[in-house]
Design a binder for this molecule. Structure first.
Ligand code: ZN
Length: 137
């Protein structure tokens, strides 16, 4: 089972407002949603490019994953997310092939997606997210 498309690319930013301005005023894209994901300690802003989204991530707490990322590496591309049709099955498959999982079971991400992260040590340094849109949510 192959991913259907790149669902989104996550970019860690220090200042969400200023970054939204760049994407809107300079690149001409339109922010269509801003959402806080409390258990990830982030505020997110979404843009669409075709069926792929750009997800800007601003940390709401220095101890959260984006806060730590920016502290260590500065702003920049944080992760890439593939849309899959059966996230539980896909997680099982990659695990069987030796990929280290950050999330053993899917959890709830922004936009009501079920998401799970694969460890960058197993994925050529790219923090990789699998996600699935579940209709019943
Ligand atoms: Zn994401």
């Amino acid at each position: 089972m192959i991913p259907t498309h790149i669902e989104h690319i996550g970019i860690a930013v220090k200042d969400l407002e200023a970054s939204i301005k760049y994407y809107e005023d300079t690149l001409g894209m339109k922010c269509y949603a801003i959402e806080e994901v409390k258990d990830q300690k982030v505020k997110t802003a979404f843009f669409k490019v075709g069926q792929t989204k750009i997800e800007l991530l601003e940390s709401t707490d220095p101890s959260g994953p984006i806060g730590k990322f920016i502290e260590k590496k500065g702003e920049g591309m944080h992760h890439m997310a593939f849309a899959v049709n059966n996230i539980e099955e896909k997680l099982q498959t990659v695990k069987e092939r030796g990929v280290r999982l950050i999330n053993e079971t899917p959890r709830k991400g922004a936009e009501g997606l079920q998401i799970a992260f694969l460890h960058p040590k197993s994925t050529n340094g790219v923090l990789t997210e699998l996600c699935e849109k579940k209709e019943e949510q």
